[in-house]
Design a protein around this ligand. Structure first.
Ligand code: ADP
Ligand code: ZN
Ligand code: ZN
Length: 721
């Protein structure tokens, strides 16, 4: 009596593979196995057991189980099966996404304790010319505990230097203490909630109420984090696990620090900057059912929790929750599905909730709890529109804006200037012949980066040296047009030579830990001017910022993307929300060329929900999400013709009834890194109908031979159109 299993592989294939299980092996769903595959062997995950043998077919044997227990527990498997169906992505790739990289490659699911090193002997025993060895010895001797090899290499020392010291007996192996066993720090008591927070806190459903989704609409600075902390403290059982999703941990190290102060070692973090062994360690803690409170970004929604009983998604509107390529899931939506699987409550918090969530609250699918006062004495900032059509600008800043900055600094406070784009200027143009610098590989212009004299494409990795002359006619009238953060920084440094100007964007924060340094300077409270992109809009709690200037608000007003107005308003409210969070009142100046635009005027009234209501009415009138379910079939190929032809073919296969289909049309940036991109938009009043159509369509397309070089993907609930 043989038994068979169905196995998923980490490959973009919409199918599973049948194998026979040797008599001495017991397998369960979620287990890792090694199987013969083609001429090689591969790591697979058991999805089903006891499956029938296909007719006229001898199955190969599974080689071995990589461990005797399922790495993916039942709940996680269920989640991923659902997600694979919902997002129309191959199950195998979805399942492997939920494993840390080490386990995907077939390494053992256990921690390898690596040696740690401490000093021995005397510094003088190291020859003076071995400068780096001396530095390594000195650094090690200054550390409170033995340091793992990894940290030594991370400091820029080499293995050769370490080995030389070891061979000379000047460093020795120290105690090995895994991080999780580090001593529990002294825990602080939670600060008491304000009266308004208390009210909101009490309105949140307790775990006993089973699965419910609650939208916590709390204005910026209302203290949503305090409410989460109290919720965890009161409702999370000693043995329970909690998941707190946040958009980008690196941007707000304060948040993690706040959680640590009250929950100590129970807090674990998960984000893209972890290395493979840190990932494996945290992953195993969760898989082993340790009662962690995990604070993590998007992919934390895929972790193998076994006792999940409390979930929070902070800044639930944030676009970083949606994976932009491959398995295009939404971390927020997976978290909601998990709450349902575990029959526990989930809280979605935001000052600017997504229109989807507002709609769900309006229709009663989600509970709604409001927190509309700032904590302490802080008041919401006053927002003022400033029409700059006929005003002279310097570095994009109007006179009144510069004056407001001066007053703010004179009063000993800090100002924040928000610019939508990094680099110096988005366009370089010749004023003699009209030539502009374009990316040779994309349909976009190159951004001028003055700090390193480069012209860069923000859509592919192309870059070239900047020139002073027009590359087309050699004219010297070759000038930057428009604003980037570098240009605004330069103008501000000129205007305010005695004040530090701190630029925060992707370029200025590339090195690990550099953003922390920048934020610390701001938090010291001394007068300064912050210049930056979106990065500055997210969750920061600067007590001494009292003025926010938005250099140009108009980007999202007339975009072809139907989500642009929503994203614009969210960004403007979030960035405004950085003003006046402490004792001092805040003021916001929004520069625009369209001061009569209804959306911007609604913004000045400072109330998000009425604006969201207006935007929802517009979505309903045009039958857009959340009033219809949307998916995009994206294609890219060496020529636009090939992409369009493929999508035309797909369109002809989709049943026209009950579906709105737009396109195929070239994507907004039609050519990117020399790939020609097009898309087909599918809309349906019912999600079930859309899912049925898509699963038939993807299966068929998968089985057909497509032209070489053509790639296609499905994006369900797309954020970019
Ligand atoms: P939000 O995330 O809602 O924008 P935060 O959670 O960052 O707001 O809180 C805003 C500020 O108010 C923080 O500095 C926080 O420490 C402070 N704060 C919030 N609630 C309280 C409270 N109950 N007691 C003392 N300080 C609080
Ligand atoms: Zn020219
Ligand atoms: Zn490019």
């Amino acid at each position: 009596m043989t038994s068979n299993v169905r196995i998923a592989l980490n490959r973009p294939l919409r199918r599973l593979f049948d194998y026979q299980v040797p008599d001495d092996l017991q397998l369960a769903p979620g287990q890792r196995v090694r199987i013969p595959f083609g001429r090689q062997s591969a790591v697979g995950l058991v999805v089903e057991t006891g499956t029938p043998t296909p007719d006229n077919f001898t199955l190969k044997n599974v080689n071995e189980a990589l461990e005797a227990w399922p790495v993916l527990p039942e709940e996680t498997l269920q989640l991923l099966r659902w997600a694979a169906r919902y997002y129309q992505h191959p199950l195998g790739e979805c399942l492997f996404m939920a494993l840390p990289p080490a386990l995907r490659r077939g390494r053992a699911a256990e921690l390898k304790t690596e040696p740690s090193w401490q000093v021995a002997g005397e510094l003088d025993a190291i020859p003076a010319r071995a400068r780096r060895q001396r530095e390594l010895w000195q650094w090690l001797s200054a550390q409170a505990s033995a340091q793992p090899t990894k940290s030594i290499l991370d400091r820029g020392f080499s293995r050769a230097q370490l080995n030389a010291l070891r061979d000379a007996g000047l460093v020795t192996q120290g105690d090995q203490s895994p991080v999780s066993e580090s001593p529990q720090p002294e825990l602080a008591p939670l600060p008491p909630l304000t009266a308004h927070q208390q009210e909101a806190f009490q309105a949140l459903p307790p775990p006993e109420s089973g699965f419910t989704t609650t939208l916590l609409f709390g204005i910026t600075g209302s203290g949503k984090t305090e409410v989460y902390l109290h919720y965890l403290e009161k409702h999370l059982a000693d043995e329970g696990q909690a998941l707190v999703l946040v958009p980008e941990i690196n941007l707000t190290p304060q948040t993690v620090a706040r959680f640590r102060r009250y929950f100590g070692n129970r807090i674990a973090v998960w984000h893209s900057a972890l290395n493979d062994s840190e990932r494996l360690e945290t992953w195993l803690r969760i898989r082993n059912g340790e009662p962690v409170i995990l604070i993590g970004t998007r992919s934390a929604a895929l972790l193998p929790f076994t006792r999940l009983s409390t979930l929070v998604v902070d800044e639930e509107h944030d676009s970083s929750y949606k994976q932009g390529e491959g398995f295009r899931y939404s971390g927020r939506d997976l978290a909601i599905y998990r709450a349902q699987l575990n029959q526990c409550p989930i809280i979605l918090g935001s000052a600017t909730p997504s229109l989807e969530s507002v709609h769900n609250a309006q229709t009663g699918r989600y509970g709604l709890v409001k927190l509309e006062q700032r904590a302490g004495q802080a008041k919401p900032p006053a927002i003022q529109l400033m029409d700059v059509r006929s005003r002279p600008l310097e570095g994009g800043l109007s006179r009144p804006a510069l004056m407001a900055i001066r007053q703010c600094l004179d009063a000993g406070q800090q100002a924040l200037v928000f610019v939508n784009r990094r680099g110096y200027a988005p366009v370089m143009m010749c004023f003699d012949c009209g030539h502009t610098m374009e990316c040779p590989r994309c349909d976009t212009r190159l951004t001028y980066h003055r700090r390193d004299r480069a012209m860069r494409c923000h859509h592919c990795d192309y870059q070239t040296a900047a020139t002073d002359h027009c590359p087309s006619c050699q004219s010297e009238a070759f000038k930057p047009i428009g604003q980037g953060t570098e240009r605004t920084e330069d103008v501000l440094s000129e205007q305010f030579p005695n004040t530090p100007v701190i630029r925060v964007d992707r370029d200025s924060t590339q090195r690990k830990g550099s953003i922390q340094g920048l934020l610390e300077r701001v938090n010291s409270g001394a007068p300064c001017i912050l210049v930056g992109t979106q990065m500055l809009a997210k969750g920061h709690d600067f007590a001494n910022v009292t003025l926010v200037i938005v250099v140009n608000a108009d980007g999202g007003l007339f975009s072809v993307d139907f989500r642009a107005p929503e994203q614009l308003i969210q960004t403007l409210i979030q960035v405004s929300g950085r003003a006046g969070r402490g004792k001092l009142a805040g003021r916001v100046i929004v520069q625009t060329c369209h001061s009569d635009h209804p959306l911007l005027n609604a913004l000045c009234k400072g109330q998000y929900l009425p604006i969201a209501g207006q935007m929802l009415a517009e979505r309903e009138a045009s039958h857009l999400p959340p009033f219809q379910a949307m998916a995009i079939l994206r294609a890219e190929a060496g020529t636009m013709e090939a992409s369009l032809r493929f999508l035309e073919h797909a369109r002809n296969m989709a049943p026209a009834a009950q579906l709105d289909i737009w396109g195929p049309l070239p994507a907004v940036i039609a050519r990117r890194a020399d790939r020609h991109r097009a898309q087909l938009v599918l809309l349906s009043p019912t999600r079930a109908q859309l899912a049925r159509t898509l699963s038939q369509l993807t299966l068929t397309l998968d089985q057909q031979r497509q032209p070489p070089g053509l790639r296609w993907q499905v994006d369900v609930d797309p954020l970019e159109t």
